[in-house]
Write a protein that binds this ligand. Sequence first.
Ligand code: MG
Length: 250
Amino acid sequence: MILLKSKADLLMLRESGKILGKILKALQKAIKPGITTAEIDKLAEDLLLSEKVLAAFKGYKGFPASTCVSLNEEVVHGIPSGRVIQDGDIVSVDFGLNYRGYFSDAAFTLGVGKLDSRVKKLMAVAKAALSEGIKQAVPENHLFDISYAIQNYVEKNGFSVVRQFVGHGIGRNLHEEPEIPNFGMKGRGPVLKSGMVFAIEPMVNMGTWECEILENGWTAVTADRRPSAHFEHTVAITESGPEILTRDDA
Ligand code: MG
């Protein structure tokens, strides 16, 4: 069942998303060559404390950190560590928080220093694919209109969408129904209604869509070890269209 949020729920989710957007912006500023992925996580934790909100990921199914930081060929669920970010890396940060019982979830990929032009294109396409998906998050559309829009945009641009990980409903829980794949046929799936809130999150690979999980049991990498980019927003479906709750560009 896809839960519909009340006006009161939406007020809380809006606040949750606003705080998350603000923290993401601060993290983006801090990511530079020489910083470790654990330092990014530490900064996120400090910002959670100063905003008086809780981490959503830490301890979730045993995940050991507040952020997922995934570099280059890592797709999602990178575990922060002493690894130093180098010039030319692309850094994906996925981060969720819990504001008084209301969750928000978002991710961005940022390039550091001098980047290969194909890598730049990968990031731009992944970001635009998220926008394409969000445009379809309107009442009376079908769920997989979102999925189709993302897949179509990505494949048209010569990249691939990950199948193994998907977006999700979000609200009083980090993960709610439905699952939102980044591939699918338009006109299929449940009909969208005002009051649904989704975390839409394309993961876009330069080469094959296939992924493998590293020995730590968490980190997904591309099977061909070519780079991957990830963007995510928490989005409310409203009568007046999709409302992005986790804006980091305000
Ligand atoms: Mg998510």
